[in-house]
Design a protein around this ligand. Structure first.
Ligand code: P53
Length: 472
């Protein structure tokens, strides 16, 4: 086994899926606060105005806002070296376009980071995890308006300045590459067009503006503290050709370029890749670059590449194949893989492949900042939760990462997604659970919010204590 000595083991959450306290201490509404609960079969409804009688899972979530001490203590008990969380932008700038921050919001994260430090845990902060203040959607149509770049910079420099001695690791935009697909328009970029129609040209322009916001954050961050490590974050979508048909292979390459390599190249290499020119031409997209943009992208290259990895999918030019729900991509079922109850195909070997592929392309340190199994857990009579299926999933991925490290990949950390149960981003459910820590709450919002350890809690504790050796 060969995990490096200072490997960053830990877990990850996002503010909107865990904190709750959606309108407390001056917090403004964010995009997520407008989403109702759904399920695998029922899409989440987005209400432009929050309705009295509807249930919005983010409003209370698992109330990390009031339980953070207890939760971080449990992460400490597991031996976490790192804890990934996001700052809710609308806690700091409730509308997004104010000039002065909300002190109560800043004070909350001071307490959270102090608690992490007390337990020897390094915080890793996502600056934007699907959480733009909703006011910026309504008034500016999100990042389609360049003024939002300045609002974002005001927010990021405020928090980086405030926490410069407490936080060293930062990520700019969560799963930024979702913006290459229509559903990322609102989620990542904050664009909401009439009738919710997708406007491709506007979406790719907004993505460009988001790249600029990210690059400027990197540049300013390094000025605030030269020790900062600032990364990008992508939902890596790994595809295999369904058959040896060369057309399938070509399709994989084209999807990989658009869905993964485009955003990765801009943020790591600091320039638009050659293959996007043809795509833009074919789709009548003409990206407006302001004078200094090219230079900025070059200056604002990230220090490391991070990504989420849950599953893989197949691609085939023959459209009639059975689809899975994995990665919202409508990929095709792989006959060699099992899927989770939510249709996400489980593929640890694909993680080793993906790590090698990314390291070959970028030659920068990599971090897996999301990975895990969303599953239904059963609480036994005596209160125990025997989640062997989760342990099996994680063990296989821990082995795959180890193999990638042996292959020579520079992988420096791993944060398991949803280390404490939280609201699912895709479906809004509580019952799609990821945690080592169970939270007593159901899909309708009922429950005591009491925390308890699952079997995987002690398993992960051993994994960390042995630095990835004791994985039985
Ligand atoms: P949930 C879809 C596909 C891959 C990653 O997802 C995704 C999504 C969005 O649902 O998002 C990331 O909760 C995201 C997290 C999210 C996690 O994956 O749908 O960064 O916010 O919770 C898992 O099971």
């Amino acid at each position: 086994m060969s995990y490096p000595k200072n490997f960053l083991w830990g877990g990850a959450i996002a503010a909107n899926q865990a904190e709750g306290a959606w309108d407390i201490d001056g917090k403004g509404e964010s995009i997520c606060d407008h989403k109702r609960g759904g399920s695998l079969k029922k899409q989440r409804v987005f209400d432009k105005v929050i309705l009295e009688d509807e249930y919005y899972p983010s409003h209370e979530a698992v109330d990390f806002y009031h339980h953070y001490k207890e939760d971080i203590a449990m992460f400490g008990e597991m031996g976490f070296k790192v804890f990934r969380l996001s700052i809710a932008w609308s806690r700091i700038f409730p509308n997004g376009d104010e000039t002065e921050p909300n002190e109560a919001g800043l004070a909350f994260y001071d307490k959270v980071f102090d608690e992490c430090i007390k337990h020897g845990i390094e915080p890793l902060v996502t600056l934007s995890h699907f959480e733009m203040p909703y006011h910026l959607v309504k008034e500016y149509n999100g990042f389609s308006d360049r003024r939002v770049i300045d609002f974002f910079l005001n927010y990021t420099t405020t928090v980086m300045e405030r926490y410069k001695d407490k936080v060293k690791y930062w990520l700019t935009f969560n799963e930024i590459n979702f913006a290459t697909m229509p559903f990322g328009g609102l989620t990542v970029l904050g664009i909401q067009n009439e009738n919710d129609e997708d406007n491709m040209a506007l979406r790719f322009q907004a993505l460009h503006n988001t790249f600029i916001a990210s690059a400027k954050t990197v540049v300013e961050g390094h000025k605030i503290n030269s020790e900062f490590k600032i990364g990008c974050m992508l939902a890596h979508m790994t595809f295999y050709p369904l058959t040896p048909n060369p057309e399938d292979m070509l399709l994989v390459q084209q999807w990989d370029n658009l869905l993964n390599n485009f955003c990765g190249d801009v943020q790591v290499k600091g320039k638009y890749p050659y293959f996007m020119s043809e795509y833009f031409k074919d789709n009548n997209i003409d990206i407006v670059f302001e004078e200094s943009d090219k230079e900025l992208l070059k200056e604002g290259k990230v220090d490391f590449y991070s990504f989420s990895y849950y599953s893989t999918n197949c691609a085939s030019i023959d459209q009639g194949r059975e689809m899975t729900m994995g990665n919202l991509m409508g990929g095709i079922k792989n006959p060699y893989l099992e899927a989770s109850e939510w249709g996400w195909q489980i593929d640890p070997t694909g993680l080793r492949y993906t790590l090698n592929k990314l390291y070959d392309r970028y030659e920068v340190p990599l971090m897996v900042v999301e990975n895990g199994l969303g599953a239904v857990d059963v609480v036994e009579e005596d209160g125990s939760i025997i989640d062997d299926y989760r342990i099996d999933y994680l063990r296989e991925h821990v082995i795959a990462m180890n193999e990638a490290i042996e292959d020579g990949v520079d992988l420096f950390g791993y944060t398991m997604w949803g280390c404490i149960d939280l609201v699912s981003a895709g479906t809004g459910e509580m019952k799609k659970r990821y945690g080592f820590i169970y939270v007593d709450k159901d899909n309708n919002g009922e429950g005591t919010l009491k925390r308890s350890k699952k079997k995987s809690f002690n398993w992960y504790k051993k994994v960390i204590a042995s630095n990835g050796v004791d994985i039985a």
